[in-house]
Write a protein that binds this ligand. Structure first.
Ligand code: COS
Length: 383
């Protein structure tokens, strides 16, 4: 944990500079090649980006939630595929072990996630299991001192480069819902693990997802996270509470980048004898974008601070995810509108971002799921 403002300021400034000087200039190449150059990946390792949230005892920076969202505001200022590469090691790919792993599991995996030597990936979603995450069909059957895993996982971020998968599998077929699910760490090189072809997606070029198929994969019982069956779904929900705040912060960062691009364009582009930024209808769009992005930033910081104080923030995390991801969709739409015909041309970054941000309303829980979580918690609290 970074405890003093000066060190935190240096970290944030350093990441902002890295984004501006290394990542933004590489955006067009990334969009073209779908590939993050190895030299950039190495730079990310060197400045510790893979281990931002891994506790210091295991080689990471151990950022608090507030510090993490401050970093994510900066990482959001460029193509989200860059963040996606480090996203799983700092979030869904490592958090199950950070929150609920045994000491041996932490020592075995976390230091290598922190350096980026090992990429962790999170396997919850399946072909028939999306929003209804407690209905996991993948099975894990106990066989001596091993479990045998069978099933298919879908849309798995960073699967093609993963060294480990955190796999949610049903250990108790008698229990149909959440309590029958357990979490396992599965080595990607285990016999019976197959990663499918990379998905062709609408946006986020360079962030790779794929199916992962488990066919009689034998996993040592010591890889059951926390050593306890039936805890996997709860672990997933805790992981997603944190992940949802992170995605909200990235959405704020991207909105701020889009506002900046749209403002600069509007100040240069002349129509009817003056910069379009002087036309009131353009000004209204800029003002609405600014207001919404600012509101989302305040929400994310407030929820992050509450989480750091040890408060339950499932409701706030869902409020942030709902508002910030819908907000960035509206901002991207207006940024394209302000760019006029140019906004539809790939030469301008807004064209890419418009497609990129669509994902935020879908993954780590759709907007509809966030509304369900918020309303259910409201009813529960009032009962
Ligand atoms: N933190 C800790 N525990 C939580 C929790 C949270 N945020 N949310 C739920 N739980 C616990 C509940 O307390 C309950 O525990 P008990 O068995 O002790 O009672 C258990 O988890 C089951 O919860 P619930 O009954 O609410 O489960 P549902 O099947 O109704 O599902 C939703 C709840 C819909 C919210 C869940 O399935 C969900 O988030 N779906 C979206 C999944 C998702 O985001 N997928 C994206 C892919 S992952 S990148």
């Amino acid at each position: 944990m970074i405890r003093d403002q000066e060190t935190l300021g240096q970290l944030i400034d350093g990441i902002a500079r890295f984004v501006r000087e290394r990542l933004v200039p590489a955006e067009a190449e990334l969009a073209e090649t779908y590939n993050i150059p190895e030299s950039i990946v190495q730079d990310m390792r060197d400045i510790g980006l893979f281990g931002l949230t891994i506790p210091e005892a295991y080689g990471g920076l151990g950022l608090t939630m507030e510090e993490e969202v401050l970093v994510a505001f900066e990482l959001g200022q460029t193509s989200p595929a860059f963040r996606s590469l480090i996203g799983t090691n700092n979030g869904i790919g490592s958090a199950s072990i950070v929150f609920d792993g045994t000491e041996a599991q932490k020592q075995r995996y976390l230091p290598r996630y922190a350096t980026g030597e090992l990429i962790g990936s999170f396997c919850l979603t399946e072909p028939d299991v999306g929003s209804d995450a407690a209905s996991v069909k993948t099975t894990a059957k106990k066989d001596g001192d091993h479990y045998v895993i069978n099933g298919t996982k879908r849309f798995i971020t960073n699967a093609p480069i993963a060294g480990t998968f955190t796999v949610m599998a049903r250990t108790n077929p008698e229990i149909k819902g959440a309590r029958g699910v357990s979490a396992f760490i599965v080595d990607a090189t285990s016999s019976g693990v197959t990663v499918g072809p990379k998905d062709k997606k609408m946006g986020q070029a360079g962030s790779h997802t794929a199916d992962v198929i488990f066919d009689d994969v034998r996993v040592p019982a010591e890889n059951l996270i926390g050593g306890k069956e039936g805890e996997g779904f709860i672990t997933s929900m805790k992981v997603l509470d944190r992940g949802r705040l992170h995605i909200s912060a990235v959405s704020v960062g991207i909105a701020e980048r889009l506002i900046d691009d749209a403002l600069r364009f509007a100040m240069e582009r002349q129509q009817f004898g003056k910069p379009i930024a002087e036309h009131q209808m353009i000004q209204a769009m800029l003002a609405d974008c600014k207001t919404e992005a600012y509101a989302a930033r305040c929400m994310v910081l407030d929820a992050a601070r509450k989480k750091d104080l040890g408060q339950q923030v499932a409701t706030e995390a869902s409020c942030c995810k709902l508002f910030a991801t819908e907000m960035v969709g509206r901002v991207a739409d207006k940024a394209v509108q302000i760019h006029g015909g140019s906004g539809y041309i790939a030469e301008y970054a807004v064209e890419r971002f418009y497609r990129d941000v669509r994902l935020f309303r879908l993954y780590e829980g759709t907007s509809e799921i966030q509304r369900i979580v918020i309303a259910r918690n409201m009813v529960k609290a009032a009962s």
